[in-house]
Design a protein around this ligand. Structure first.
Ligand code: NAD
Length: 477
């Protein structure tokens, strides 16, 4: 089969095929056609990546942090000059619109730049008193695993802080969306990153993670993906006591209080929810509305959701593209059927669009029984449930009634209600009167089954550092 692009492995500063020549197809979710390929690493390739990361790590760690930072800043500029092409590649592989992909690449550039600018400060030793100092040392070789929903910015959120801290990295990019890892690694390479400091592999995810985590060379595991896979990786990492940073699933509530301005709340919820066809770990998925507003809210959000333009990701008029793969369509069908069988009502959507591509329309469910799977499993798609609540305590209990704890959102101008909700929601991040996700300069992480560890900001770099306490008295005493 002839493909328009074939992505390779990046090992020890060289782009190359897998040692046995194996490849995997890359599917365009808007057409369901395989249009590109990606190399599938063998055990030998992984051993070479481990050796390259280990071989490069001493010199990279020894480079002054401001020089490591300068390479990140230069790479951010190289990537910024390539955003248009990179965003089109991402859109073609992932299904998000070109505008969404462009926005994601802008955040990717910012992430590389922020970590570059702050590298020196975040690696500086800090004195406790005249005899004691805390030094911050690179934690060692990192194995990073990133998913297909936001492959550009999530790659940057792992690579940039690890590199700033002085760690070498083996990155397993998502096989569905390989071009993001390729563009970022190439920008770093062109910016002067020494060979072996970043290695990019693709292939069989379970085989790669098993192989890498079995190696004592790897000191840190960082993973973004499902809770089930995160737990498997944490167990594998236990054998070598590798540090884990786990950014896992979410099932985020939005609490709409009785004083909320629906003219502002509804567009804000819809814009954030349906970005990337709802495939964001921090997308809102359960809306709880104060009972006096409930009927009006359901009518207005249903009407507004019906106006979202679904179509080809490269059509500038499109507001929502297809889902990323057939697995997501199957999950939407299963969750919708289970809810409806239990008595839920479909206000809008609820069935795959009958056309080529993995298109699932905005779907709003009401009257969903409390044991329906859609209220407990991460939907990871364009399905929203809406339910009424009678008082803030009930809203908090229902908002917290999942095993996840990533994000929570609320709309109110009432300071008492706001305080109760901000305190009461079990979440790593709470946004009030708007919906806000990750940014380069602030920490983001989950509680409960949404994982542990942080990405972003100062805390993002700390995840890749060891603290060394140095106690010292002058020798002449
Ligand atoms: P999945 O759980 O099989 O895969 C999720 C990601 O993990 C993929 O990128 C995959 O390559 C990787 N992965 C899977 N098994 C792995 C392993 N053994 N070792 C290393 N990496 C592995 O499922 P999926 O069908 O791709 O996605 C479905 C679910 O994953 C979603 O419902 C959602 O809950 C979760 N997910 C979460 C995020 C996030 O941003 N937190 C991103 C993508 C997927």
């Amino acid at each position: 089969m002839s493909y328009t692009r074939s992505h390779q492995l990046f090992i020890n500063g060289t782009w190359r095929a897998a040692s046995d020549g194996a490849t995997l197809p890359v599917i365009n979710p808007a057409t369901e056609n395989a249009f590109a390929s990606v190399a599938s690493a063998t055990a030998q390739d992984l051993d070479e990546a481990l050796a390259a990361a280990q071989g490069s790590s001493k010199a990279w760690a020894a480079l002054p942090a401001n020089e490591r930072g300068a390479i990140l800043i230069k790479a951010s500029k190289i990537l910024a000059n390539n955003i248009d092409a990179a965003a089109r590649n991402l859109s073609e592989e992932q299904g998000k619109t070109v505008a969404e992909a462009t926005g994601e690449y802008k955040r990717t550039v910012e992430t590389l730049e922020w970590n570059g600018v702050h590298a020196e400060r975040l690696c500086a030793a800090s004195p406790i008193d005249e005899h004691r100092t805390i030094r911050l040392e690179p934690a060692g070789v990192v194995a990073a695993f990133t998913p297909w929903n936001y492959p550009a910015v999530l790659n940057a959120r792992k690579l940039a802080p690890a590199l700033a801290a002085g760690c070498s990295v083996i990155l397993k990019g998502a096989e569905e969306t390989p071009s993001a890892a390729v563009h970022i690694a190439e920008a770093l390479h062109q910016a002067g990153l020494p060979d072996g400091v970043v290695n990019v592999v693709f292939g069989n995810p379970a085989a790669i993670s098993t192989h890498l985590l079995a190696s004592p060379i790897v000191k840190v595991l960082t993973f973004t993906g499902s809770t089930a896979v995160g737990k498997q990786l944490a167990k594998a990492a236990a054998n070598n006591l590798q540090r884990c940073i786990l950014e896992l699933g979410g099932h985020s509530p939005v609490v709409v209080c009785d004083d909320a301005d629906l003219a502002k709340a509804i567009p804000a919820i819809l814009e954030y929810k349906f970005e990337c066809a709802g495939q964001s770990c921090n997308a809102p998925s359960r809306i709880l509305v104060a009972r006096p507003l409930y009927n009006d809210f359901v009518a207005r959000i249903t009407e507004a959701a019906g106006r979202i333009r679904i179509g080809a990701p490269d059509d500038p008029a499109t507001e929502m593209g297809p889902m990323a793969n057939a697995r997501r369509i199957e999950a939407m069908q299963r969750l919708t059927k289970d809810a409806v069988d239990g008595g839920a009502r479909i206000q809008i959507g609820g069935a795959r669009l009958e056309q080529p591509g993995f298109y699932w329309p905005p779907t709003i469910l009401t009257d969903v029984p409390s044991d329906a799977k859609v209220l407990h499993e991460e939907p990871f798609g364009p399905i929203l449930t809406v339910a009424p609540f009678d008082d803030i305590d009930q809203a908090i209990d229902e908002a917290n009634a999942t095993e996840y704890g990533l994000a929570g959102y609320l709309f109110t101008g009432n300071s008492e209600a706001k305080e109760a909700l901000v305190n009461g929601l079990s979440a790593g991040a709470v946004s009030v009167n708007f919906l806000k996700g990750v940014s380069a300069d602030s920490p983001y992480g989950g509680v409960k089954q949404s994982g542990y560890g942080y990405e972003g900001g100062e805390q993002g770099v700390r995840g890749f550092q060891n603290l060394k306490l140095v106690n010292e008295l002058p020798s002449h005493r």
